[in-house]
Design a protein around this ligand. Structure first.
Ligand code: SF4
Ligand code: SF4
Length: 217
């Protein structure tokens, strides 16, 4: 999932300074889960904005505003209100915000209400951890399922740097060295021979942006 945090209210107000009549869009998936753009957050922000003299004409929370089909439907349902709206504030990730822009037929001002932080897994306690940097050339098969691109501070591909100290990373002593974790995992699985294979440089062309994947029928 994509992790977001709501922008500070002062930053939101600054972005909205030229607009009074607003429409809010939230996200029923990721931004709801990380409490940045769900029902409660929209309501709280609406109250704060109203205190500052803004008029909230309406709001919607599609499950996934990043999906064109969902945001198109929500915007169409609210077309009458949107015709009166000066700006849409989106409490979702940058994908959701741009999807609203791409699918808004009225050409309204679309503003982000959140900062997009990283892609993450969520543990049973509801904490989020970045585990993948979307490098386009996954090596988890030979690293015991532990991502060196994300978990090693230097993104090293062939074992630890010289700075590893008692299993901790030289960049942050609180954090385990990713390559020590990989070694232990491979040792546990009796696959240490994988550790000795020299991996060639990754194809960083695969990280060229913007990516796209065209689905053929
Ligand atoms: S190697 Fe790491 S960054 Fe690359 S795809 Fe696999 S998990 Fe993601
Ligand atoms: S100490 Fe380990 S995790 Fe830290 S930069 Fe070096 S190899 Fe990477």
């Amino acid at each position: 999932m994509i992790i977001t945090e709501q922008k500070p209210i002062q930053e939101i107000l600054q972005a909205l300074k030229d607009y009074k009549k607003l429409f809010l869009v939230g996200c029923g998936e990721c931004a709801t889960t990380c409490k940045a753009g769900g029902k409660d957050e929209l309501l709280k922000l609406q109250q704060e904005l109203e205190k500052q003299g803004k008029v909230i004409l309406g709001s919607c929370i599609p499950d996934a505003p990043c999906l064109a089909s969902q945001i198109k439907t929500e915007l169409a349902k609210n077309m009458k209100l949107l015709r009166e709206t000066e700006a849409i504030l989106v409490l979702a990730c940058g994908l959701g915000t741009q999807s609203v822009k791409d699918n808004d037929r009225l050409g309204l001002v679309i503003l982000p209400g959140c900062n997009t932080l990283f892609g993450a897994v969520m543990d049973a306690q509801g904490n989020f951890y970045e585990k993948c940097s979307m490098c386009g050339e996954c090596v988890l098969d030979i690293t015991g399922g532990i991502c060196p691109i994300t978990l090693c501070a230097k993104g090293l591909l062939n074992g630890p740097c010289g700075g590893v100290d008692k299993g901790k990373c030289e960049v942050d002593k609180e954090r385990d060295c990713a390559w020590v974790l990989i070694y232990k995992e491979l040792e546990k699985r009796k696959r240490l021979e994988q550790f000795k294979k020299i991996k060639g440089p990754k194809d960083f062309k695969k990280t060229d942006k913007p990516h796209k994947l065209i689905m053929t029928k």
